[in-house]
Design a protein around this ligand. Structure first.
Ligand code: PMT
Length: 398
């Protein structure tokens, strides 16, 4: 694989030379980009000698004005080690003042960030907030280790072990294309069921979980089709988004896009009831009490379960109690292969940037995913989905 190694200006910059060598020993091609500050600690020549390639240092001393774009496009992964507090802040805020930060904006592949700094800088709320932004963006942060630091203090801040960084890179690279050639169909968000032309019934789903799944699937090489209820989220990069409003529209678009999909993930919180006959005009307010007679909406997941063929079918279950039990009941009743059960009503689940889930599988296995950003949960769900598919093939030839 072709790896870009960005080196920031910290005392740990010298360890990046060892990292470059380790990655090359693993068979990767390595191209190094150094910030100005990094060059105060190590010379570009060190990396050029190790990698056999010119080290990139200066935005304006390069062969073409768009070299940062062509370099970005020609590589599979960007690792930044050591990442200083300053560099982390620039990446989080999209400041692109030098070759490395400009290239970062142009790069679309997986990004691994290995911070190293003084313990107080590491613990500072600004650094932690910036890291959280980068995590949510889907980047892998390899946390620093605790120990004696160059500044004389002891605590977290020392660059993670090179083997640990190399292992994180390996995981990102193997994940990168494991959905190549696949189509993954995902639903997200709530549905809105109109009561009249200005009112509707809906729920608290923000769409964040489904969008994270679509983004993760696309990043891993899949054609990701996202059937989305009304949400306030930007379309994830590389994902085909089909917008719908009601459960009936969601059903129609799911069925229309089902044929190429090998994996279907139903993260949407579909309204369970709707008004069959919606009045043409706004219902006037009077002093009288009104009663709504609601009919069930089509259960899309159950319908897919009846006709799933060779597809891997993954449902979600939002529960306020007995999550595992309820998730397993839904797995059976809707003929799913996996159900992702979330505990909702607290700090995770609806609207939150984080989730906590229990995965119940057709094989009888149950896996707990501790609280984590939804983008990380999305990757774990996809990891387990691929393992499950292999297990089902092995057991039943499907
Ligand atoms: O959107 P977020 O704010 O990020 O929140 C995420 C989430 C909590 C909405 C999501 O992770 C989740 O749990 N989604 C499913 C919520 C839900 O509606 O659960 P349910 O138990 O009502 O439905 C079970 C399954 O059947 C779901 O896969 C649902 O998509 C599907 N279903 C339900 C009703 C229906 N008419 N058709 C369906 O396909």
């Amino acid at each position: 694989m072709r790896i870009l190694l960005g080196v920031g200006g910290g005392i740990a910059a010298y360890k990046a030379a060892e990292l470059a060598r380790l990655l090359m020993q693993e068979g990767h091609q390595v191209r190094v980009i150094m910030t100005d500050a990094a060059q105060e600690f190590v010379r570009p020549l060190t990396f050029a000698a190790l990698t056999g390639q010119k080290t990139l240092t200066d935005m304006f001393a390069i062969e073409s004005a768009i070299e940062h774009i062509s370099v970005a496009q020609g590589h599979d992964l960007l690792v930044i080690a050591p990442a200083t507090g300053d560099l982390i802040a620039k990446l989080a805020h999209g400041l692109a003042g030098d070759f490395l930060t400009t290239l970062y904006l142009a790069f679309t592949g997986p990004v691994v960030i290995a911070p190293a700094m003084n313990v107080n800088m590491w613990m500072h709320a600004a650094t932690q907030a910036n890291l959280e932004t980068l995590r949510k963006r889907g980047h892998r942060i390899v946390d620093p280790e605790s120990g004696y630091l160059a500044c004389g203090m002891t605590g977290p801040g020392r660059l993670a072990g090179l083997e640990t960084i190399a292992a994180a890179i390996g995981r990102e690279l193997s994940k990168r294309r494991d959905l190549d050639g696949e189509t993954v169909l995902i639903t997200a968000g709530p549905t809105q069921e109109p009561l009249d032309p200005v009112r509707y019934i809906s729920n608290r789903s923000s769409g964040k979980m489904g969008y994270a799944l679509a983004e993760a699937a696309a990043a891993r090489g899949a054609r990701a089709i996202l059937i989305s209820g009304p949400v306030r989220l930007a379309p994830p990069r590389g994902v085909e988004v089909v917008s719908v409003r009601t459960a009936a529209e969601m059903r129609e678009k799911v069925l229309e896009n089902l044929e190429p999909a090998g994996i279907v993930i139903k993260a949407a919180a579909v309204a369970d009831f709707h008004l069959s006959k919606v009045p043409d005009h706004k219902v006037k307010k009077t002093a009288a009490r009104i009663t709504l007679e609601l009919d069930p909406t089509p259960d899309i997941l159950a319908e897919l379960g009846r006709n799933k063929g060779d597809r891997l079918l993954i449902g979600f279950a939002a529960e306020t109690q007995n999550v595992e039990q309820e998730a397993r009941r839904k797995l059976e009743s809707k003929n799913c292969d996996m159900v992702v059960g979330n505990l909702v009503g607290g700090e995770t689940g609806f609207e939150s940037d984080e989730n906590e889930a229990v995965l119940v599988m057709r094989t009888g296995e149950t896996i707990s995913l501790p609280r984590a950003p939804k983008r990380e949960i999305a990757d774990r769900v996809l990891d387990e989905a691929l393992k499950l598919r292999l297990a089902l093939y092995a057991a039943h030839g499907r």
